[in-house]
Unconditional design. Sequence first.
Length: 215
Amino acid sequence: MRTVIISALASILVGAGVYVWVNHTWEERYDDAVTDVVSTYQWQVDSLSNRIEVLNQELMRSIRAEHQKPTLDEYGKAMANEIHWLRAQLTRLVKQTVREAGVDPIRFYLSKLGDSTFVSHYGDFDKPLVFRIAAEELGEIGKPAIPPLIGMLDTTTGYTHRQVLYALLLAAQHNNVVAFTRGDYPPDKRRKEYQGIPIEQGWHMWFDKYRDHWR
């Protein structure tokens, strides 16, 4: 059985929490607005951190008591529900902090695409699924996030590149994009124009096809 944790807190819930994100992204400048947000939400960050630590300790104790299988299964379900709640709280905290700090959400989430610790988990407690916060949030934004994501296709590699592709896939399925593409996007190999070419080339072709909509 694998331990379920919200690993985003490895980078987020250290030091001054939200302050850490700003440090890596915004030219190491801390204005009053960001400072106020950090102060306002510090107690929420601390609360999440403490609860996750307690959950992990309890889970490890239950894992060591494998002979109590029925009890462990019931506990696992309760643990999964608790972590679902924590993930929702973490995502809410990220959105609220970015908004109240007056930070451009697209720019912020683009900067976090390469951070492999900026994630949370959901699903069954013994088979957790990874929730990529930055890519998912860019997908929720949709159309406005697509031009800068296209611009990152040729300048990123490895993990960051994979997250750019994932964010594009999500954003292309947003209602504010489907309204004019009618569900057309490069991973759909049923369309001849996307067959036999690299996925990056497909995205550039797709972007050019609908170029009038990005202006």
